[in-house]
Design a protein around this ligand. Sequence first.
Ligand SMILES: Cc1cc2nc3c(=O)[nH]c(=O)nc-3n(C[C@H](O)[C@H](O)[C@H](O)COP(=O)(O)O)c2cc1C
Length: 324
Amino acid sequence: MNASLPQALDQALAAAVRAPSPQNTQPWQFVVDGPRIEVWLDRERVLAVADPIAREARLSCGAAVYNLVLTLRVNGIRARVRVLPDPAERDLLAVISIEGNTRSSTMDRRLAEAVHRRQTNRRPMFDRPVPVSARAQLRSAALAEGGQLEFLDGSGRYAQVAALVRRAETAQSTDEEYLAEAASWTGRAADSPDGVPIVAFGPPAEGPGTVSLRSSHQNPSIAPRPFEQDPVLAAVLTRDRGTAAEVRAGMIMQRVLLTATAEGLATSFLSQPFEARETRTHLLEVFHRLGDVHTLLRIGYGLPTRMTARRPAAEVTTVRTPAR
Ligand SMILES: Cc1cc2nc3c(=O)[nH]c(=O)nc-3n(C[C@H](O)[C@H](O)[C@H](O)COP(=O)(O)O)c2cc1C
């Protein structure tokens, strides 16, 4: 049986805040105005050094929008999303309007169930290939949201991207401003409602890999472990560019991440080359024939880690008019 609208909306907002965000900053605010839900960028939570133009924050809000609408749908509620509906309010990233009833698909229910299990996995992945069928599902997930997921192995882009990740990681690991910002959001207690707790860190890598995960998310007090030599990497792309494309890319990214979770795959992000000044333009150039690249994901099989907490939805929601 479907939940009532207020119940469904509570569930949807609880799902929205499970979206990933850089350093678990949760840069979102929601306003409920009857059958309309506004999703606002929270400027106070944008990473000034790593993400000065709020690109990653907009991706995160897009992911929250995806979780919200998906959860309404599995409760039988049809909602329309308008991205950047008001040119005068650039931080109003999306308006979700409840329009009536719908039926959810088996796929919707599988993805909605994955919302509360998806996590960023910074541990080594198993030596087990990602099968062709799973890759096809992940690609279809991106296509279904109007985007593209490009697997990099087997293309010349792999080595180029891996080199940019290593270069950006080296730049960031000696950048005092970046390190201070990262330190202010990481290394927190397991139940911290925001930021990245130490329990979500990975072990340090034993030996140099082709790709470097963020050293600021490694726990130096645990023994180094060998990571996969050539991790499976995939890029989320859109045809168009700009801030609206970034919000949509967040929705695409989230559908890919939830599909991966539903398929039993682990995922993590490699955002260093987007953030470091030295590498960002090069990264965009590597993909420019395909479109605009928004995020790089590492995908494989691995042991689950501890879930990272969130601020409760009520803390980030203002109710102007209750939904009935
Ligand atoms: C746009 C974006 C970029 C991210 N970049 C990185 C990254 O480079 N390295 C990393 O370890 N995690 C990265 N993350 C993951 C966040 O740290 C993670 O989502 C957050 O800590 C919440 O944890 P959870 O994903 O396990 O729920 C990124 C997340 C988003 C949305």
